[in-house]
Design a binder for this molecule. Structure first.
Ligand code: SAM
Ligand code: TMP
Ligand code: ZN
Length: 416
């Protein structure tokens, strides 16, 4: 049992996977929709919710305490385009080629992707002439994929929509999702859908930010409205078992600050690889989901907030020009939790046209195109897109040559 916080009891909730008791360990306060970039007229009606995160005492699943309705997050104007990073393009092309060589070798293979976005992965499957279908409820990103010749269904993946696809198109050999399953609170329905659609020897593969890496790096900005679950091998194994499946492989990935790719098969259909037991043993050693470890994480998060605010206030007092790089969804948590607005960070640059000319959620920092950065002669750039640091620093070498410095807050506040 998790102990009560000093001075009062902690809020509890019900686990979305096993209905056990979820106990809060970190409160990140009042937060906006992380991907809702605003024009002036939108400011008055901005939506806020309470962002806090807890752990299930029964199955160890870490999850948000409050759920934001899915239509508020994933809609016509959802602004995240997966192809915006060249590193991610390569990652998904490589992932698709691996599926083509391993799972999609039968006579008429069929691959389904949940959250196919702008088609960054399915385009390689399509080019190989393999039957595919994306599920993508966000209108404009799905249209980009369709314009590239991909087959995309504009629905949320859940039991009812999966059943329809099974009836019309037959079983899928691979059901794949990147950075999407952790966005879905209604996972029971998703697993029922997978059960309906997956071939008897097929695989359900998904990759998402890994709780082990989030704790290691204190990357609390991975916590926002869209990221409902924070998986470990142990919690995913328990979830798969609960829904009649089995976790048969895990692979750590370097992308997005550290992820794990989970491979799930029907119970008994495939022999689990040694990687599963190894990662679970490592999680046990590190006591990843223990109240003590999660409590230490919460204390570290408060430390980062204090250090980052102190640094930005000092730079402001010294008259330095401070901007930010990458209007990420993650940065909504940082700016709103720390109380960072345009008075501390003048603007943020981002390559996404639909974010430019708008204001960031909650903090209302203006978003400018990437070109503004090279012209800015800023002294410091707060790197919100720290998960793309190699890619960004490689193309912005001139900034450092001209005397500019990067501010990072993961795994601790430092200047490079
Ligand atoms: N797979 C891409 C990637 O890794 O870059 C996109 C990830 S994006 C963060 C999450 C995507 O999942 C969004 O495009 C969203 O519209 C979609 N999504 C959310 N819930 C979904 C659901 N139930 N079924 C299918 N797609 C969903
Ligand atoms: P992500 O961390 O969720 O992938 O979001 C990355 C954001 O950063 C997205 O809005 C695109 C932006 N971005 C840039 O502005 N320049 C870049 O070089 C990269 C890689 C991303
Ligand atoms: Zn649970």
């Amino acid at each position: 049992m998790m102990s009560a916080a000093a001075g009062g009891t902690r809020p509890t909730g019900t686990c979305r996977v096993c209905e056990g008791t979820v106990v809060e360990f970190l409160d990140l306060g009042r937060q906006p929709l992380s991907d809702r970039f605003l024009s002036e007229p939108d400011l008055a009606g901005e939506f806020f919710f309470h962002l806090s995160v807890g752990v299930c005492e029964a199955c160890t699943m870490v999850q948000l305490m409050e759920e934001v309705p899915r239509e508020k997050m994933f809609h016509e104007d959802y602004p995240y385009y997966s192809s915006g990073s060249s590193v991610m393009q390569k990652h998904f092309a490589h992932t698709a080629r691996r599926f083509l060589e391993t799972e999609l070798t039968g006579p008429d293979p069929f691959m389904v992707e949940i959250g196919s976005n702008d088609g960054v992965l399915l385009r390689t499957i399509h080019e190989a002439g393999v039957r595919h279908l994306g599920f993508e409820p966000s209108g404009k990103v799905a249209d980009v994929a369709r314009a590239g010749g991909l087959r995309v269904r504009g629905d949320f993946f859940e039991e009812s929509t999966a059943v329809e696809v099974r009836a019309a198109e037959g079983p899928a050999d691979v059901i794949y999702a990147a950075n999407t399953i952790c966005h879905i609170p209604y996972l029971k329905s998703v697993f029922q859908g997978v059960d309906a659609l997956l071939a008897p020897d097929g695989v359900f593969v998904f990759e998402d930010p890994y709780l082990g890496d989030i704790l290691e790096k204190t990357s609390f900005d991975q916590i926002y409205d869209e990221h409902f679950f924070f998986f470990t091998a142990r919690s995913v194994q328990a979830m798969a078992g609960r829904f009649g499946f089995e976790l048969v492989d895990v692979e750590r990935l370097p992308v997005h600050g550290g992820e794990v790719r989970y491979t799930i098969a029907r119970a008994g259909a495939r022999r689990p690889a040694g990687s599963v037991a190894r990662l679970i043993a490592e999680e046990e050693d590190r006591r990843v989901a223990s109240p003590e470890r999660l409590g230490r994480f919460a204390a570290d998060v408060n430390g980062i907030r204090d250090d980052l605010l102190a640094l930005l206030r000092r730079l402001k007092a010294e008259g330095k020009r401070v901007v930010a790089y990458g209007a990420t969804a993650k940065s909504a948590t940082v700016t709103n939790f720390c109380g960072i607005g345009p008075e501390l960070v003048s603007w943020v640059c981002d390559t996404t046209p639909t974010k430019q000319g708008r204001l960031t959620p909650g903090a209302h920092i203006p978003v400018r195109p990437a070109e503004a950065f090279s012209a800015s002669a800023a002294d410091y750039a707060l790197l919100f897109a720290w998960n793309h640091a190699d890619e960004i620093m490689a193309k912005e070498q001139e900034f450092r040559r001209a005397g500019g410095r990067w501010i990072l807050y993961v795994p601790r506040v430092h200047v490079e």
